[in-house]
Design a binder for this molecule. Sequence first.
Ligand code: SAM
Ligand code: SF4
Ligand code: SF4
Length: 377
Amino acid sequence: MNGNGMRGFVLNNLWRALIVRYKNISAGGGVSPAKVYHTIGGRIAKRFGLRNTPFLPTSVDLEPIDTCNFACDHCQVTHWERLTTRLTMERFTSILRQLPALRQIKLQGMGEPLLNRHLIDMLEEGEREGIDMSIVSNGSIYTDNIASRLSSLRGTTITISMDGATAETFESIRVNGNFEKVVNNVADMVRRRGNNIWPRIELRCVATQRNAHELPDLVRLAKRLGVDKLTITTLLTDWGKEEMEGAIAPIDISGESSKTDRLIRESRKVAAEIGMRLSVERGQRYSEANRCPWPWTSSYIAANGDVVPCCQIADSSVVKMGNLFDEPFVNIWNNDKYRELRRRIAGNDIPNYCRTCYGMKPATASADREEEIRLGR
Ligand SMILES: C[S@@+](CC[C@H](N)C(=O)[O-])C[C@H]1O[C@@H](n2cnc3c(N)ncnc32)[C@H](O)[C@@H]1O
Ligand code: SF4
Ligand code: SF4
């Protein structure tokens, strides 16, 4: 890209970012005094490591369903054996009532969100409440009706997982997926959106040993499809479970590696040349100096109402803070388990299930047991 082209690309992106931001504010999502109070308060509570906090979460991950039509090996859903739970519309609105400070909802957890047939109703309801809504989807559940309703959303970001730039690689990772179908669905979504800024349409790739060689081509595919952004992450989670490490460790490329460095550099270069917005997540998620914010600002709510600290765990069999259909969320938010989690994160006494985020080696079984006792399980 020449100087003028680069300037145009930067200005265009700046302009779109301003419009997107303005749309959120005009929808009322960002500026009510209560939401500003909880947003700023949450950051202060994290900074000072408060164990009790009067500030409610301003963002949550809310799981609409806990089952999937794909079977990706590195995803814990593939290894679950449990009956399916779907979030109902009634329960969704009851959660909104319990969490009045919400500015953002990621309406996705473990499973494929579009398998819940009320998903788009929930997205629309969240938009009406002025909340920034988002989903991450495998892009496979796509009828004319779904496509038309998704493309009419005006405050939602739709991210499609795209773990490869060729059918061979994509389908070897996203087991039961069909590359061509998913690509066509994304292209159709972009076409239906036309000149509208909303819904935002993005791609996300979990980069591993299996697909890293296709990253530069994935940037080109994202550009061809006309999506707003591509995110590449090398940050895998083991969902707080040592038994998942067998599926994660052999494909992990998050550490130092000249090959990964080269591929990421090349991807960035391609993105700059063709004018594709690219975000790369690499390295360690959190550290003593960069404390995990979840216990002060956000939470994960499973389809059955179980409250879990975050989406990196996303399973209440690992750690459960409470259930917001059994007791009010405000009580759970400052119960003994949350206070203990805040104490440990603030004191850099990192719980075993947080070890991947903090770049720590798997702890011993005795440490696991000790932790279970401390958490009262
Ligand atoms: C759990 S899925 C749920 C949404 C939807 N089924 C999908 O795949 O997009 C959300 C995202 O997590 C990613 N993912 C799956 N297993 C992961 C792991 N072990 N570590 C990090 N991300 C993972 C998926 O590739 C996807 O982009
Ligand atoms: S499509 Fe999403 S939820 Fe389903 S197995 Fe793959 S990563 Fe997991
Ligand atoms: S696993 Fe622990 S460190 Fe990682 S996001 Fe969750 S609470 Fe934070």
